[in-house]
Design a protein around this ligand. Structure first.
Ligand code: ZN
Length: 396
């Protein structure tokens, strides 16, 4: 803090929402983050990554201090499109407050949390600047809601190339279903997507002996896929689940046997499975039913878990102190950039309320953003109170 005026997390959230940073656009959101952190004394690194076939994306890594441990806050400033703008009660990028509720795209996912990170650091430094051992850093991407190719994953590569280490990381995604303090996320299921095309021979429905209908075979295979119990889950994960997302034949004619039929499906899987074993099982089912088929598999994410211990206890305590709620430690929900970060250090996620994310009238209450700021302050305080030895003993 250079001008003695503390950073107001609400005003900073509003300023960030007013940047219409619909992925992959930035519209000033990261430069605002950058200048705010520079004022707090952070050394900042803006980086734009590009790759053929994907949009260029801006990212930011900022660090205060050069000793370890390095505590990192991670998140994103890009947002999803507003959808039907006319359906919004208030203009999605105006960041208006009504009855204690701040409305706007990104309010909860997750500009409110990015602002809370920064306001919390400001409060922490106002008491502890120069009096703590270690570093605080932020890894903020503009490519979380997009393909996530030119974002966190490349910043992490860049950090590794420089020999820069993150010791623990807290991601500020909206993790709470209903109330602040409901839930900390400590891992995530893996995600595997399959496209299965069963091939036959087109023909007249009245002459089936001259054709080969792929649909009965596709149905049999899908019956096996959906009828199978992969596992019963475990202590930290729900059971592995396969969902059929689409079945496409593209045949409008009732007198035609189609040449092929395609099904699209996704498996969310836990740590009882590996993507290789799942793929093998899927191919075995197709082979047993027989006939000509192609099965393309893409693995979007492997499952991961930060085991409950020092780091999750520290976050839980801070949440309980401020909200009075004892948060559940879960691995549910969609993917986040924590799936990349866990390769480098223990990572957990705690942010605002998830209910309105990606919806019309996305919102966060002013008091939740303020309480989230206080929680982040408590996390920083207890993290840097921990002695190196005890942190080391509980590395994850
Ligand atoms: Zn998000």
């Amino acid at each position: 803090m250079t001008d003695n005026k503390p950073i107001d997390p609400i005003e900073l959230t509003r300023a960030l929402i007013r940047c219409a940073s619909v992925t992959p656009l930035d519209d000033g959101a990261l430069s605002l983050t950058n200048t705010t952190l520079e004022k707090l004394g952070f050394v900042t690194h803006s980086m734009t990554f590009s790759e053929d076939g994907t949009p260029d994306v801006n990212n930011l890594y900022a660090r205060l201090g050069d000793s370890e441990p390095n505590f990192c806050f991670a998140g994103h400033t890009d947002v999803v499109p507003v959808g039907d703008a006319a359906a919004w009660k208030l203009e999605p990028f105006a960041a208006e407050i009504r009855d204690g509720i701040l409305y706007g795209r990104g309010a909860t996912d997750m500009k409110g949390a990015v602002a809370a990170f920064i306001a919390a650091i400001d409060i922490f430094l106002s008491k502890r600047r120069g009096l703590f051992e270690g570093s605080i850093s932020l890894l903020i991407t503009g490519d979380e809601e997009g393909p996530s190719i030119n974002g966190t994953v490349k910043v992490l590569d860049w950090l590794a190339d420089r020999g820069e280490i993150l010791n623990h990381c807290l991601v500020g995604e909206p993790t709470n279903p209903d109330n602040l303090g409901d839930m900390i996320k400590i891992g995530r299921r893996g995600s595997l997507t399959g496209t299965l095309t069963v091939n036959g021979t087109q023909g007249h429905v009245a002459y089936p002996h001259l054709a080969d209908n792929p649909l009965p075979r596709l149905i049999k295979i899908l019956e096996r896929f959906t009828g199978h119990s992969f596992d019963n889950g475990n202590e930290h994960f729900t059971r592995t689940n396969l969902e059929i997302a689409s079945i496409d034949v593209g045949n409008p004619a009732s007198n035609v046997i189609p040449a092929n039929a395609t099904a699209l499906f996704n498996i969310r899987f836990n740590t009882e499975q590996t993507s290789d074993n799942l793929e093998e099982w899927l191919r075995t089912q197709c082979d047993e039913i027989g006939g000509d088929y192609t099965l393309n598999i893409t693995v979007g994410a492997q499952p991961f878990l930060t085991r409950p211990g020092y780091f999750t206890d520290l976050i839980s305590k801070a949440v309980a102190e401020v909200t009075g709620n004892k948060p559940a430690l879960t691995t549910t929900g969609g993917t986040s950039d924590a799936r990349f970060i866990h390769h480098y250090c223990p990572v957990a996620e705690f942010g605002l309320i998830s209910e309105t994310m990606h919806k019309v009238d996305e919102q966060a209450t002013v008091s939740d953003i303020e309480r989230l700021t206080t929680i982040y302050v408590r996390i920083l305080e207890s993290y840097f109170e921990t002695t190196g030895a005890s942190r080391q003993n509980h590395a994850s």
